[in-house]
Ligand binder design. Structure first.
Ligand code: 13P
Length: 340
C-alpha cells in the first residue's frame, strides 16, 4: 500500500477550500428525482443530465472531486468525449460509488444494511485502472421507535471498515459515509446521541480493520432534529452541536470531513457549513468541507427540466451553489451571495 499517495490524494481533495460533488445517484434514485419534475426516466436523459454537470463552465473553481455511479463513469458526451476525460481536463478528480445499496437488515424491521463487499476487490481494481482515485460507500441509519439497534450500527460500521480497507489496498481514498437520516420527529438531542454512537462505532471498526486514518475522508450528516420534529434548530445550534459530536468522536488524524446534505435545502446546507467554519475553523484538526448531491444539484435540476434550452441556466445554478459552498468553507458565505 502506498500510504503517501493516499495521504496526498486525500489532501488534494480538500485543497484550496474546494469540496466534492456527489453525482452518484443510483438509477432508481435518479429516476425518482426526474419523475418528480416530469423528466423522462431513460438512460439518455440521465446521460444528458450528467453531461450538463460535467461540462458546466467553471465547476473546477470550487469542486475538487466528483463522485460517479457505475453507469456514469462509463458514459460520454454526445460528441463521444468520455466524462472521465472532461473531468480530468477540468482538474476535477474522479471518484466512484462502490456500494450496491442499502437493503433490509434481516430480523431488524425498518433497518438497513449496505451491501457490495462481494467482488469489491475486483471492481476497485477496474475503477482504479479507469482513473478513479477515491470511492464512496454509504451506510444508512434511521431513527425511530426502538431504532437504531446496536446490531444495525455495528453491522454497518463493520461493512464500512471492510470497504475502506479494500479501497486503500487498491490505492483509492475511501469516503466513509455513515448517514443518520433526518426523517422522523426525533429531537436534536436524539440526533446527537445517535450520530455520536454511530461515529464511535465506525472508528472502532476502522481501527480494527487497520484503515489508515490519514488516508480517508469522513462523510457524516450534520446533527439535526428530525424533519417533523416540532422544535427545529437555528443555524447556530446546528453548528454547535455538530462540532461537539465531531470533536468527541473523530480522531485528529483524519484529514477532512465532507458533509452530506441529506435533504436540507441548498441554502441552509451552505449557511450551516459556513457557521461551523466561521466559528470553529481555527480550532479544528480537520478540514470541514462538503460532499453534497442535492444541496448542489437540486436547483439546477429544477431549472433544467430535461430541456436543452435550459442547459446554460442550469449550469449557472450549479456553479453558483458550488461557489457558495466554497465560500462556506472559508466562513465567507452570506445570504447576499444568493442574490448575485
Ligand atoms: P445528499 O447531499 O443529497 O444527501 O447526497 C449525498 C450523498 O452522496 C448520498 O450518498
Amino acid at each position: 500500500m502506498n500510504t503517501q499517495k493516499l495521504i496526498d490524494t486525500a489532501k488534494a481533495l480538500f485543497a484550496d477550500h474546494k469540496g466534492l460533488l456527489a453525482m452518484d445517484e443510483s438509477d432508481p434514485t435518479c429516476n425518482k428525482r426526474f419523475a418528480k419534475l416530469g423528466i423522462p426516466q431513460t438512460v439518455e436523459a440521465r446521460r444528458a443530465y450528467r453531461e450538463l454537470i460535467v461540462t458546466a463552465p467553471g465547476l473546477g473553481e470550487s469542486i475538487s472531486g466528483a463522485i460517479f455511479f457505475d453507469e456514469t463513469i462509463r458514459q460520454q458526451k454526445q460528441d463521444g468525449t468520455p466524462f472521465l476525460q472532461i473531468l480530468t481536463e477540468a482538474e476535477i478528480m474522479p471518484g466512484i460509488k462502490v456500494d450496491i445499496g442499502a437493503k433490509d437488515l434481516a430480523a431488524h424491521p425498518g433497518e438497513k444494511i449496505t451491501e457490495g463487499l462481494d467482488g469489491l476487490r475486483g471492481r476497485l481494481a477496474e475503477y482504479f485502472q479507469m482513473g478513479a482515485r477515491f470511492a464512496k460507500w454509504r451506510a444508512v441509519i434511521g431513527i425511530g421507535d426502538g431504532i437504531p439497534s446496536r446490531s444495525c450500527i455495528e453491522a454497518n460500521a463493520h461493512a464500512l471498515a471492510r470497504y475502506a480497507a479494500l479501497c486503500q489496498e487498491a490505492g483509492m481514498v475511501p469516503v466513509v459515509e455513515p448517514e443518520v437520516l433526518m426523517d422522523g420527529d426525533h429531537t436534536l438531542e436524539r440526533g446527537r446521541k445517535v450520530t455520536e454512537e454511530v461515529l464511535r462505532n465506525v472508528f472502532i471498526q476502522l481501527n480494527c480493520q487497520r484503515v489508515l486514518l490519514e488516508g480517508m475522508i469522513l462523510k457524516p450528516n450534520m446533527v439535526l432534529p428530525g424533519l417533523t420534529c416540532s422544535t427545529q434548530a437555528s443555524v447556530d445550534e446546528v453548528a454547535d452541536i455538530t462540532m461537539k459530536s465531531l470533536w468527541r468522536t473523530v480522531p485528529a488524524a483524519v484529514p477532512g470531513i465532507a458533509f452530506l446534505s441529506g435533504g436540507q435545502s441548498a441554502e441552509l446546507a451552505s449557511a450551516r457549513l459556513n457557521m461551523m467554519n466561521l466559528r470553529f475553523k481555527s480550532q479544528l484538526p480537520w478540514a470541514l468541507a462538503f460532499s453534497f448531491a442535492r444541496a448542489i444539484q437540486q436547483p439546477a435540476l429544477e431549472i433544467w427540466q430535461g430541456k436543452e434550452s435550459n442547459v446554460k441556466a442550469a449550469q449557472q445554478a450549479l456553479r453558483h451553489r458550488a461557489r457558495c459552498n466554497r465560500a462556506a468553507r472559508r466562513g465567507e458565505y452570506t445570504a447576499a451571495m444568493e442574490r448575485t
